[in-house]
Design a protein around this ligand. Sequence first.
Ligand SMILES: *[C@@H]1O[C@H](CO)[C@@H](O)[C@H](O)[C@H]1NC(C)=O
Ligand SMILES: *[C@@H]1O[C@H](CO)[C@@H](O)[C@H](O)[C@H]1NC(C)=O
Ligand SMILES: *[C@@H]1O[C@H](CO)[C@@H](O)[C@H](O)[C@H]1NC(C)=O
Ligand SMILES: *[C@@H]1O[C@H](CO)[C@@H](O)[C@H](O)[C@H]1NC(C)=O
Ligand SMILES: *[C@@H]1O[C@H](CO)[C@@H](O)[C@H](O)[C@H]1NC(C)=O
Ligand SMILES: *[C@@H]1O[C@H](CO)[C@@H](O)[C@H](O)[C@H]1NC(C)=O
Length: 232
Amino acid sequence: MSFIVFLLFFFLFHSSIIISVVSKCSKSFECGRLGYLEFPLSNSRGCGLFTVHGCDSVNPTIQLEPGGQEYSILNISTNKFLVKDHSLQSLLDTNSCFSFINLTLPKYPSISFSFSPNLTMFECFNETYKSERGRYFENYLNYTCSLIALYYSFPTANVAPPVPNGDGLPSQCHVIQLPVKSNYDQQSPENVFDLFTSEYTLEWNLSEQCSECQRGGGQCLTNDIGEFECKR
Ligand SMILES: *[C@@H]1O[C@H](CO)[C@@H](O)[C@H](O)[C@H]1NC(C)=O
Ligand SMILES: *[C@@H]1O[C@H](CO)[C@@H](O)[C@H](O)[C@H]1NC(C)=O
Ligand SMILES: *[C@@H]1O[C@H](CO)[C@@H](O)[C@H](O)[C@H]1NC(C)=O
Ligand SMILES: *[C@@H]1O[C@H](CO)[C@@H](O)[C@H](O)[C@H]1NC(C)=O
Ligand SMILES: *[C@@H]1O[C@H](CO)[C@@H](O)[C@H](O)[C@H]1NC(C)=O
Ligand SMILES: *[C@@H]1O[C@H](CO)[C@@H](O)[C@H](O)[C@H]1NC(C)=O
């Protein structure tokens, strides 16, 4: 008998711990001028997929991964936000050739990101292959930045050949995508850095697994080793 009582207490105790952990994650939270935010955003550790800071300030920020960079949130809607990427801004401000690398957006099993509008470009190294590239990127605009040759075209420039898909690219050339101003192809800037912008729309897409977990009343989380976890 006392064993059954013990078991009963044991289970009561445990289930109350589980309930208190999950219920600590509120369904939504108020975030200043951004209004009420909800999953996958959160304002406390261990809840949601990424954390919003500074809700009581004029400049709330978001961190897409623990210890990662903070983006200012300028606006938000159902599955996207308009962010300001301060580290890209400082690269663009200084006309740095390091601007021409892919944005480092985190890769998680539960959620994927894309940014728009973006421009696909080709970044090539090593002058040795210049003539080969000249043929391949005929009609493309080019810009040389230190050791990098950048080739790009505008969707409205119908002189450009079909965008190469990465197969058969000339040696030592890579595809990169960077956020561009929304009217970028309407202008011919003196400075190629003026095409780009540090304010872009970041859109997220939950994996099927994660959406299912949420629909089923669980908490879709990323555990300490970056794996999907559905906490119930
Ligand atoms: C914020 O987003 C909403 C919905 O997408 C849009 O209607 C509004 O114009 C945006 N506001 C700003 C300041 O961009
Ligand atoms: C670039 O924009 C296109 C069209 O909006 C989108 O499909 C693609 O995922 C974007 N690229 C990145 C790296 O976000
Ligand atoms: C460029 O490529 C050629 C041929 O592969 C190689 O011999 C040369 O060292 C490379 N130059 C640089 C600067 O990497
Ligand atoms: C860039 O384009 C100009 C004019 O089309 C061409 O003369 C030059 O060789 C190109 N530079 C590179 C690095 O491809
Ligand atoms: C940059 O991102 C694009 C789109 O995600 C990808 O196709 C490409 O391989 C990436 N380039 C490099 C150099 O990682
Ligand atoms: C979002 O993710 C789902 C499931 O992984 C996928 O089927 C869908 O095509 C994605 N949608 C976009 C817009 O990337």
